[in-house]
Ligand binder design. Structure first.
Ligand code: MLC
Ligand code: AMP
Length: 537
């Protein structure tokens, strides 16, 4: 029986903490040979909470976590919840400036960082100018601060209270079209209610086992993966990073210990399919799974059909956003339609509107707006930007403007067509701001003007291309665009995360603009399709 089938109070947190509080002896996490039961996880999370409370961290304060996937990330999440602190997971690929912005913005009271992240963290702290020195906790030998393992020696005097349902749980940083990333503040009720609705629709239960190879700093891996699994007391087979062979090895004949559920971004399915084409034995292993889901970017109908032909698995595609959590999904029981993101998840609603804000009939594309039981409280310290995302209907309900273009198709299933703004790129399931990359590349001495676009790509969804108007004198550079691309990449690598790096270069004499001088990126995309790229990685 899954936790949410039992007799449970109306407090949503009771569902999230059920397996922990009961001290279940079943497997909670398996990671690189180490196994934690729910009882182990609970004891460690409580010790962690006690140790941080003893160090002076109070309810509502932010704890930044910057590390590769490991069990300590899971312990710190539940520990922060017991403490009443806000868990702020940060992409461990971020470089100094990206991290410094987050530190300065959220002013954390504590920082958990692994050894691999130390040097970037040191540089970011030097830039951030925090008003109060944060408590430092290090994961792994030689990391700065108290060793994470020593936190687990504390023994709490009494059981810590569960956090309040309306208390903030997570602050997840996400890119916008302009300016630096913003912290989306989500309460416990928002996360738990949305995840209960979604995973209920997907029929998750304690009998399932989830292979979790997604990063733990985004909604996909963290909210659906970690919270969804805890709600159902479902074991998680955690991977440090996505690896095709490792994922396949988790599946197989229905014996104890095998995985039943996999969640991935479309790029992961492309990699799996490339491998499965020549490996029928691997396909047979995945055929034993119960459920494969996809989200964070568009999954092509061709890929859906090929995966189904190879494994017999009909991927459940769903749609979401950091700010709203998961609002649309194909069902587990019922019709799944390839190339669609299904219908509203229970507790959510969706509509397509035109520029005047009027709802459009089925078949007509427009902006997707969603109503969600997981709608964030707002962006941290940005009330105006929060207000700009909202529409209030006649019944006083809040709707969120997603910026995605969609239409309603057959049987009321939603199709995502693209984004309203070309300045947001999705590559490998990561959201990337074109402006942020343009600002960095503009600092290259040979760049007179630059525009960054996302070019459609079968594997990555979109591939980042820098369109550059070179500064005079151009001689020499134009003869070797590959070298120019490499030097742009070198500049980029020092300042921004690797997945934001340009993979292609398009040289032009000027950037296309309309009569008012507004940049027309769609014309650049047409030109690239027509002329091809000058250099590619
Ligand atoms: C990496 N490479 C890329 C690339 N990223 N090439 C083109 N475009 C990109 N974006 C190249 C590298 O240079 C390298 O090349 C090779 O691919 C492998 O790099 P890697 O970094 O090792 O890749 P890998 O670890 O396999 O990463 C791929 C991935 C990762 C799909 C596992 O991108 C990932 O974890 N994505 C998930 C993001 C996510 O969780 N999004 C959720 C957001 S929440 P070479 O030549 O060196 O081999 C959200 C809401 C919702 O969106 O609805 O879920
Ligand atoms: P993020 O801000 O990283 O949470 O990304 C949210 C964005 O991911 C959405 O606004 C969409 O553009 C995109 N997205 C998520 N799921 C899907 C999907 N199934 N199909 C297409 N786009 C998706």
């Amino acid at each position: 029986m899954s936790n949410d089938e039992g007799n449970m109070s109306d407090d949503p947190t009771a569902h999230l903490f059920a397996a922990l509080e009961r001290g279940d002896s079943g497997l909670a996490y398996e990671f690189e040979g180490e196994r934690l039961t729910w009882a182990d996880l609970d004891a460690r999370a409580r010790s962690y909470a006690q140790a941080l409370a003893d160090a002076g961290i109070a309810k509502g304060e932010r704890v930044v976590v910057y590390a590769q996937t490991c069990l300590e990330l899971i312990i710190s999440l539940f520990g922060n919840y017991y403490l009443g602190a806000v868990h702020v997971p940060v992409n461990n690929r971020y470089r100094e400036a990206e991290l410094a912005h987050i530190l300065a913005d959220c002013q954390p009271s504590a920082i958990i960082c692994d050894r691999e992240g130390e040097s970037v963290m040191a540089g970011a702290l030097a830039q951030a100018g925090l008003t109060r020195a944060p408590v430092r906790v290090g994961i792994g030998d030689g990391a700065v601060g108290a060793g994470f393992a020593t936190l687990l020696d504390s023994s709490p005097d009494q059981a810590p209270p569960r956090p309040g349902a309306r208390d903030p749980a997570l602050m997840i940083y996400t890119s916008g079209t302009t300016g630096p990333s913003k912290g989306a503040l989500l309460s416990h009720a928002q996360v738990i209610n949305n995840m209960r609705a979604l995973t209920g629709l997907w029929t998750w239960s304690s009998r399932d086992r989830l292979v979790l190879a997604l990063p733990l700093f985004h909604v996909h891996g963290l909210c659906i993966g970690v919270h969804g699994a805890a709600i159902h007391g479902m074991a998680v087979l955690l991977e440090r990073r996505f690896d095709v062979a490792a994922v396949i090895e988790r599946f197989g004949e229905h014996e104890r210990g095998r995985a039943s559920v996999f969640m991935g971004v479309p790029t992961m399915y492309t990699s799996l399919v490339e491998h499965l084409r020549s490996n029928p034995a691997a396909a047979a292993k995945l055929a034993c799974g119960r459920m494969f889901t996809s989200g964070s970017a568009a999954l092509s109908a061709d890929l859906w059909h090929e995966f189904a032909a190879l494994t017999g698995q009909r991927i459940i595609e769903r749609y979401g956003m950091t700010e709203t959590l998961i609002t649309l999904s194909n069902p587990y029981v019922g019709v799944r339609i390839a190339g669609t993101v299904g219908q509203p998840v229970p507790g959510c609603d969706a509509a397509v509107i035109d520029d005047a804000g009027d709802e459009l009939p089925p078949g007509e594309p427009g902006e997707l707006i969603v109503h969600s039981n997981g709608l964030m409280d707002g962006y941290w310290n940005l009330p105006q930007q929060t207000a700009a995302t909202r529409v209030i209907d006649r019944d006083g309900r809040f709707w969120f403007r997603t910026g995605d273009v969609a239409y309603v198709g057959d049987q009321g299933y939603f199709h995502i067509v693209g984004r309203k703004s070309v300045d947001i790129i999705k590559s490998g399931g990561f959201k990337i701001s074109a402006r942020e990359i343009e600002e960095v590349l503009a600092g290259h001495p040979i760049v007179h003007e630059v525009a960054v676009v996302g070019v459609p790509d079968e594997k990555w969804g979109q591939k980042i291309v820098a369109c550059v108007v070179p500064d005079a004198p151009m001689a020499g550079i134009l003869d070797d665009p590959g070298q120019l691309l490499e030097s742009l990449v070198a500049l980029h690598r020092a300042l921004l995360a690797d997945y934001k790096q340009p993979r292609g270069l398009y040289l032009c004499d000027e950037l296309p603009r309309n009569a008012l001088g507004k940049l027309q990126k769609h014309r650049l995309l047409e030109a690239i399709e027509r002329d091809g790229l000058n250099a590619e990685l």
